[in-house]
Design a protein around this ligand. Structure first.
Ligand code: ZN
Length: 350
């Protein structure tokens, strides 16, 4: 009863916030005091651009950043209110070679999903926007899934009705909605484990949920190197995101060095160009530290991006170019909410 009431209160609150946000968007209030933040650097972070309600979608929902139509609307919004810049512009600015335009915005994608090529790239081209894609190099052009996509596939296809969590609690579901919630919590619970334990739990999951995964199933989830090269020669930029996507603060520093340097060498070798920037896997405060930032610097990267919330001031980015904030875009964000996220006050939310 208590939890039902809490749920109702929460949903009323969220619908009121949505209405206020929509009103602020319509009246322009959302951009109030805009001239005060003309010298901010707004870096957007996307993962996948896809329709999660299409038939056959059996991947991890939180990695979908926007439906293609929504993504297009977001790009139209950027076109109207921001100056979209390239990573090269950021690097040249950091080196003191030129200044950034007012309301500078950089578009980034993490991981290297195929829909970045098939869906996001044509929309970006239409708007003549550059973007940077951070590649997990060991997954590009392979059948190797990210653990969250492998787990999501297993939960989506299982006939079993329960699963064991790392804290040894058993979680049950009665319908697909409950199952999706358990699936998301199970995947989230993996992030707290040391890397080796996480791999053990994930590798046992298909058997525990009695699911067999078709051969080469995950090959169609990620880009291949030819697609990367094509985009690279047409103005899209690439950066490092490790080889295997470990959370760098949860592995020994020597191993972190291999992940950081290895992804750089691998990508540069494939595209035949130097890369200048890096994005930390997961990217929250607990996922990086000054030792890891130094490894990134020593590897020859000139800038690195976190997932700490919100736009950053140009001054702050210049002071530490190895921890530049980004705004995480999620598929539940309406256009007014998207506009709210781009307001610098947003960074104080977390
Ligand atoms: Zn990632």
């Amino acid at each position: 009863m208590y939890s039902e009431q809490t749920k109702t209160t929460k949903s009323i609150r969220s619908s009121i916030i949505k209405k206020i946000t929509a009103l602020a968007f319509d009246t322009g209030l959302i951009r109030g005091g805009r001239q005060l933040w003309s010298k901010s650097l707004t870096v957007l972070n996307y993962h996948r651009i896809d329709d999660p309600h299409r038939e056959g979608f059996a991947s991890f929902l939180p990695t979908v950043s926007a439906h293609p139509d929504e993504f297009n609307h977001q790009m139209e919004y950027l076109d109207r209110w921001f100056n979209v810049i390239s990573l090269r512009d950021v690097i040249n600015w950091l080196a003191g070679r030129h200044s950034l335009p007012p309301y500078a915005a950089l578009i980034t994608f993490d991981d290297g999903y195929l829909d970045n090529y098939t869906t996001a790239y044509p929309i970006l081209k239409r708007h003549e926007f550059p973007a940077v894609i951070y590649l997990t190099s060991g997954h590009i052009d392979t059948d190797v899934p990210f653990y969250w996509d492998l787990a999501a596939y297993c939960f989506f296809h299982t006939r079993v009705d329960h699963v064991l969590f790392p804290d040894h609690t058993e979680h049950f579901w009665r319908n697909p909605i409950d199952r999706a919630k358990v699936s998301n919590s199970w995947i989230e619970s993996m992030k707290a484990l040391p890397e080796t334990q996480k791999q053990e739990w994930v590798s046992r999951l298909p058997e525990k949920l009695a699911v067999s995964i078709p051969h080469n199933y995950f090959r169609k989830l990620m880009m291949n190197w030819d697609q990367v090269r094509e985009m690279s020669s047409n103005g899209m930029e690439f950066g490092g995101h490790t080889i295997n996507h470990p959370i760098l603060s949860r592995i020994p520093l020597d191993q972190a060095r291999v992940e950081i340097e290895g992804s750089k060498a691998n990508i540069e070798n494939e595209i035949g160009k130097q890369i200048f920037s890096f994005a930390y896997p997961n990217g929250k405060r607990a996922d990086l530290d000054p030792f890891i930032e130094n490894l990134v610097k020593d590897a020859g990267f000139r800038a690195a991006f976190t997932l700490l919330n919100g736009p950053t001031s140009q001054l702050e980015a210049r002071q530490n170019p190895y921890a530049i904030r980004r705004i995480f875009i999620g598929n539940h964000h309406s256009l007014p909410q998207f506009a709210t996220l781009l307001n610098p006050l947003n960074r104080y939310r977390s």
